[in-house]
Ligand binder design. Structure first.
Ligand SMILES: *Cc1c(COP(=O)(O)O)cnc(C)c1O
Length: 215
């Protein structure tokens, strides 16, 4: 039951850690069940599905976007999104900044960082992140609120622990930089299978899909 899953997961989260319900590919009816269980933060990964759900569901939901975002799809997402977790290239951030200034918006983003083993993953290399933060400091339409990362797709918990530890270290380093904005407070790490490990590494948001909707 979706409701029971949410209650159970909530019980295991420390104060101040936000549960982001990843509702991609789930029908609106299931989001409604989660909503009725008190869940107000949802994340989607496809622009058109995101926009359709925003329009179909109650207005007090806080919508997050976690998928790869193409620059020609910004209008489906940016006007409604509280937070974009998946800012994964400077080109995308520049396009979001232009959209934001043209439309009098401020776009809250997390920089997606690539720490896992997979070669193909989107995101910035850890060594690039400081430069990106400095560049973003001059963008009026963009607020960098923190970092997002995914651990390697593996059962090896030691490896997962290392990936999250690397994210945590980088996040702390970023917070000490002079050009990092005050709003840079979020660390979005942890999914259904590994969020308990992420909690040991300063996660402030966990993104959970299957443990809510598929169990
Ligand atoms: C799908 C997805 C999740 C949720 O994954 P689960 O294993 O279903 O909890 C979290 N983050 C991102 C970026 C995703 O694409």
């Amino acid at each position: 039951m979706i409701k029971d899953n949410i209650i159970e997961i909530r019980r295991g989260l420390p104060e101040g850690v936000k549960l982001v319900a990843v509702s991609k590919f789930r029908p609106a009816e299931e989001l409604r069940q989660a909503y009725d269980a008190g869940q107000r933060v949802f994340a989607e990964s496809r622009p058109l599905e995101f926009e359709a759900k925003v329009k179909a569901l109650p207005a007090d939901i806080e919508w997050h976007f976690i998928g790869h975002l193409q620059t020609n799809k910004l209008r489906h997402v940016l006007p409604y999104a509280h937070l974009i977790h998946s800012a994964d290239s400077l080109r995308l951030i520049e396009a979001m900044n232009r959209f934001a200034t043209t439309n009098s918006l401020t776009v809250n983003i997390l920089l997606e960082v690539h720490v896992g083993l997979e070669q193909t993953k989107q995101g910035f290399a850890p060594a690039e992140v400081a430069d990106i933060l400095r560049t973003c400091a001059d963008m009026k339409g963009i607020r960098v609120c923190g970092l997002m990362g995914m651990a390697s797709h593996t059962d090896d918990t030691v490896r997962i622990e290392e990936d999250f530890a690397a994210m945590e270290r980088l996040w702390n380093e970023c917070r000490a930089l002079p050009f990092t904005p005050e709003c840079f407070t979020e660390l979005s790490i942890g999914m259904s299978d590994d969020y308990r490990i992420a909690l040991r590494h300063s996660a402030t948001m966990v993104r959970i899909g299957s443990a809510i909707f598929l169990q």
